[in-house]
Ligand binder design. Structure first.
Ligand SMILES: [Zn+2]
Length: 133
């Protein structure tokens, strides 16, 4: 995990009590859900995608698109909602994306997304909660 100080910090025992085992594995232990398993892949309603741990609004539904990856994908986060760190695990150089409020791991960002940003925020559905408008 990143060593930054986040506005919201809690001991792992509290996160574990508040989250499902899959949410805890992804958000707090840097896990990755199996592709194609999140119901949020097919979520097409208007609304906001919140951090499943702290409920900060991370993405607007207008930036969601179908990337074909099997993970919910967005081309832009809400301003200031996420932070990034370089991830050199698994023999790859990737850019890790986390919630700017609680530091929870969300997924990775890749430079092969659609316009206008050209970015693909490849998120774990387990790290997100959908709130329809
Ligand atoms: Zn959060």
């Amino acid at each position: 995990m990143s060593t930054e100080n986040f506005p919201l910090t809690k001991p792992d025992s509290e996160w574990q009590a508040a989250l499902t085992p899959e949410q805890f594995r992804v958000l707090r232990q840097h896990g990755t859900e199996r592709a194609g398993t999140s119901p949020l892949n097919a979520e097409k309603r208007q609304g906001e995608f919140l951090c499943a741990a702290c409920e900060q609004a991370l993405f607007d539904s207008s930036t969601k698109y179908e990337s074909g990856s099997g993970w919910p994908s967005f081309y832009a986060p809400k301003e200031g909602a996420v932070g990034t760190t370089e991830d050199r695990s698994m023999g790859m150089r990737r850019v890790e994306v986390h919630c700017a409020r609680c530091g929870g791991h969300l997924g990775h960002v890749f430079p092969d997304g659609p316009k206008p940003t050209g970015l693909r925020f490849c998120m774990n559905g387990a790290a997100l909660k959908f709130k329809p408008v």
